[in-house]
Design a protein around this ligand. Structure first.
Ligand SMILES: [Ca+2]
Ligand SMILES: [Ca+2]
Ligand SMILES: [Ca+2]
Length: 669
C-alpha cells in the first residue's frame, strides 16, 4: 500500500529523547527575581509579533473600559505600546461580554499585544515585565500537532483481511477495526494478538452512547458533512437556524454551527482538507481531527464505513462531537486561541475534552510544579473546563490527552500533568508502539497501531493502524498516541452515557478511577527485546511504564454497575471460588446451586464447558471477550428453605467474565 515515506514517523523509536530540558532555555536574568518571576514561559516556539500580558485588577478595569485597539488608557502600558509600534491590543480571549465567570478565572486580565513580527520578542517582553501593572508575561507558544499522514483505504484490497465471526454492527469496516475487537487475525497484522483491544463489543450490550454527552474534539477541523459523522455532530441551533455571516447567538463567533476554527488568520469556518499556507506539502491538513472524531463517535450500525466507540446504535443515540479547530493548513494555534477553544468547549456544553496535541519538546515543563508555575492563560481555560458541570452524570469536565509520539521515557505536557489523563499507544501485537511516549506522567494505554514491514513486497503495511473516518466521505488508517487518546475519550463517553441512564452522578475522581482501573495487563508481555525493522526495542524499559494497563470498555461499564469482574485465561479451565471472589473474600456460603450463562455470552466467549461443585464454579472460555453470567447460591444452610425445609435464601450473584489469552508471548522473541 504505502511506501517508505512513513519512515520518519517510525524512526522516533530509535532516537533516545531526554525528558530533561536543555538548561540553556532558562535564559532570563536572575538579577531581578521579581521581573524574572513574571515570565510564564520562554520565547522558544513562540508566535512572532504576539505577547500575552496579565495585568493587575485596576489596569484590567481601565483597559476593559477603553477603546483598546492600540491604546489602553494605562500610561505606562501605552508608553511601551508606542515604543514597540504595537498594531493591536485587546483581550487575549474572544469576549464580547465579560461574564462573572470570566472574571472569576481572571480572563479579563489577559491581553494580547500585537507588534511587528521582526521585533525582538524577548526585548518587547522585558519592557512589559518591567511595568508594575503587568504581573505576568506569556509568550504565545505555538502548539504541536503529532502529524501522521493518512491514505484513503481501498476496500477491495482489504477484503481478504476480514474476520470470521459476525461483527457487532453492520458497519462494513468494523471487522477491520482490530482496536475494538482483535481476533488475532494475522492478515491484519502478522503478530496480531487476540484480545489486544479495548473490548468494547460486550460494553455495547449495555450502552452505545447518549445525545446529552458532548465531546469537544480540540484538533484539526472535523468534516461535519461526513456521512458517517454528520448525525453525531453537535450543533449550535441558533446558528444552524440563523443567518450566514451573522453571529446569531451573540457569543462572539460567526456561524459556529458545529464548532469553530480558532486558528488565527482564518475566517472561523471549519476546514479539514486545506493545502498548507507555507507551501510545504508536509504541512497540509491530513484529516487528523476527522479521524479522531470517528474513533470517538462515528455513527454505528448505519450500514456504512466504520464504527465509533460511543457512536450509538444507528438510531440517533450516539454521543455528540463538537469541533474546536486549533490546527489548520500548516498554521498551529498559539496558546491564546487554544485557550479560547477550550473556553468555548466549556461554555457550550462539552464534558469531555479530547486533546491529541501537546507542547513542543523544547517548551515541555520538567515537572508538575513547573507546569503549575507557568500559570498561563491556557491553564486557566482548562481549569474552567474541569470546573464546569455540563453533564448531569459528571461533576465537572474530564481532560484526556495523547502522551506524545517521541519515544520519550516520559509523557509530554500538558498530558503529563496529574489532573489530565495521558494515553500511551500499543500495537495489534499487544506491545508498546515504536513511537509511544512512556514512563512518568503516562496513565493508561490504548490502541494506537503501528506499521509493519512486509518483507516480500518491501512495503509498510497499514492494516495494523487505527481505522477511522477521513474528510470527504473517505476512510483511512493513522498511527499515533493521537489515535489511542480518542479510544479513552470514547470509553469515558460510554461510561457517562450509561451513568445518565442509571441516574448516577460521578465525581471527576470517580470517573478517573473507573477509567484507570478498568484495564488488562500489559506488563507481563514486556520482557526481553522485540525486533523491529528499525532496530531492537528493549521491552523491559516499558514495564510498568505504559500506565495502569490497557483500557477495557467492558470493565469500565462493569465498574460503573458495581459488577465484579473475573479475568479468565482463554483455553484453560478456571476454578472460581465464590467465597473468595465476592464480598471482599469474606463470604461464607456452602452451596453454589447453579450457573446461568446466556446463550450469546456462551457463544461470544466460546464457553463449551461449565460446572458447579460446592462453592466453586468451573468453566473454560475458548475465545477472548466479555460477558455477564449469573450464579445462584444458597445464603444460609445447605439448601433453599421453604415448605417442610428449614434452609437458606436463594441469591443471584452477577459476575463479569473477561477472557484474555495467556500473556505469554508465544515465542516471538
Ligand atoms: Ca455565534
Ligand atoms: Ca450565523
Ligand atoms: Ca458507520
Amino acid at each position: 500500500m504505502n511506501k517508505v515515506k512513513f519512515l520518519m514517523f517510525a524512526l522516533a523509536a530509535t532516537i533516545a529523547v531526554s525528558c530533561v530540558n536543555d538548561p540553556t532555555s532558562e535564559q532570563h536574568s536572575k538579577t531581578d527575581a521579581v521581573i524574572a518571576n513574571k515570565f510564564v514561559n520562554t520565547s522558544q516556539s513562540a508566535l512572532p509579533g504576539s505577547l500575552l500580558i496579565y495585568v493587575d485588577e485596576e489596569s484590567a478595569d481601565v483597559l476593559g473600559a477603553s477603546e483598546r485597539g492600540t491604546r489602553s488608557g494605562v500610561s505606562s502600558i501605552d508608553d511601551v505600546v508606542a515604543t514597540i509600534g504595537a498594531t493591536a491590543l485587546d483581550y487575549a480571549l474572544n469576549m464580547p461580554v465579560v461574564t462573572d465567570v470570566d472574571r472569576e478565572y481572571g480572563f479579563h486580565r489577559w491581553f494580547e499585544v500585537r507588534f511587528p513580527e521582526d521585533a525582538n520578542i524577548d526585548e518587547v517582553a522585558m519592557q512589559f515585565a518591567q511595568l508594575k501593572e503587568v504581573q505576568r508575561v506569556e509568550f504565545n507558544t505555538l502548539l504541536v500537532q503529532p502529524k501522521p499522514q493518512a491514505h484513503v483505504v481501498d476496500m477491495d484490497a482489504l477484503a481478504a483481511a476480514t474476520r470470521a465471526d459476525a461483527p457487532y454492527f453492520n458497519d462494513p469496516m468494523l471487522e477491520l477495526q482490530w482496536h475494538y475487537k482483535n481476533t488475532g487475525n494475522k492478515k491484519i497484522h502478522p503478530e496480531a494478538l487476540e484480545g489486544a483491544d479495548i473490548n468494547v463489543e460486550p460494553a455495547w450490550d449495555y450502552v452505545k452512547g447518549n445525545r446529552d454527552i458532548i465531546v469537544a474534539i480540540v484538533d484539526e477541523g472535523v468534516d461535519y458533512r461526513h456521512p458517517d459523522l454528520k448525525d453525531n455532530m453537535w450543533t449550535n441551533d441558533k446558528e444552524l437556524n440563523g443567518a450566514e455571516g451573522v453571529d446569531d447567538d451573540g457569543n462572539g463567533y460567526v456561524d459556529d454551527i458545529y464548532g469553530y476554527n480558532f486558528v488565527p488568520g482564518t475566517n472561523g469556518k471549519l476546514t479539514w482538507d486545506e493545502k498548507s499556507v507555507t507551501g510545504d506539502p508536509n504541512d497540509d491538513d491530513v484529516g487528523h481531527g476527522t479521524h479522531v472524531a470517528g474513533t470517538v463517535a462515528a455513527v454505528n450500525n448505519n450500514g456504512i464505513g466504520v464504527a465509533g466507540v460511543a457512536g450509538g446504535s444507528g438510531n440517533g443515540d450516539g454521543v455528540r462531537l463538537m469541533s474546536c479547530q486549533i490546527f489548520s493548513a500548516g498554521r498551529n494555534a498559539p496558546l491564546s486561541t487554544n485557550a479560547d477553544a477550550i473556553r468555548y468547549a466549556a461554555n457550550h456544553g462539552a464534558c469531555i475534552l479530547q486533546c491529541s496535541w501537546g507542547y513542543p519538546k523544547e517548551y515541555n515543563p520538567q515537572n508538575d510544579d513547573e507546569y503549575e508555575q507557568q500559570r498561563g492563560l491556557q491553564q486557566d481555560a482548562i481549569r474552567l473546563f474541569i470546573n464546569t458541570k455540563n453533564c448531569a452524570a459528571l461533576d465537572g469536565g474530564i481532560v484526556i490527552f495523547a502522551a506524545g509520539n517521541d519515544a520519550m521515557a516520559c509523557s509530554s505536557y500538558p498530558a503529563a500533568y496529574n489532573e489530565f489523563i495521558s494515553v500511551t499507544a500499543y500495537a495489534p501485537n499487544g506491545l508498546p508502539t515504536t513511537y509511544t511516549n512512556y514512563g512518568p506522567g503516562c496513565n493508561v494505554a490504548a490502541p494506537g497501531g503501528d506499521y509493519y514491514a512486509n518483507l516480500s513486497t518491501m512495503q509498510w503495511e497499514e492494516s495494523g493502524l487505527v481505522l477511522s473516518t477521513l474528510p470527504n466521505n473517505t476512510y483511512g488508517y493513522m498511527p499515533g498516541t493521537s489515535m489511542a487518546c480518542p479510544h479513552v475519550s470514547g470509553i469515558a463517553a460510554l461510561v457517562l452515557s450509561h451513568a445518565l441512564e442509571l441516574g448516577k452522578t460521578l465525581s471527576l475522581s470517580q470517573l478517573k478511577t473507573i477509567l484507570l482501573t478498568s484495564v488488562n495487563d500489559i506488563d507481563s508481555r514486556l520482557t526481553g527485546t522485540y525486533e523491529t525493522i528499525l532496530g531492537k526495542m528493549n521491552l523491559n524499559s516499558y514495564k510498568g511504564k505504559m500506565g495502569t494497563g490497557t483500557i477495557d470498555a467492558y470493565r469500565a461499564i462493569m465498574a460503573l454497575r458495581g459488577t465484579t469482574c473475573y479475568a479468565a485465561e482463554v483455553g484453560k479451565e478456571v476454578e472460581i471460588d465464590i467465597n473468595k471472589l465476592v464480598g471482599d473474600g469474606n463470604l461464607s456460603m456452602k452451596v453454589l446451586k447453579s450457573v446461568e450463562i446466556p446463550a450469546d455470552v456462551a457463544t461470544r466467549l466460546g464457553i463449551t464447558d461449565s460446572a458447579v461443585f460446592g462453592n466453586k464454579l468451573y468453566l473454560t472460555c475458548t475465545k477472548a471477550g466479555g460477558g455477564v453470567i449469573t450464579m445462584h447460591a444458597v445464603a444460609g444452610g445447605d439448601s433453599v428453605g421453604g415448605g417442610s425445609t428449614m434452609g437458606g435464601m436463594d441469591i443471584a450473584i452477577e459476575l463479569a467474565i473477561i477472557a484474555r489469552p495467556n500473556n505469554d508471548r508465544e515465542g516471538w522473541l
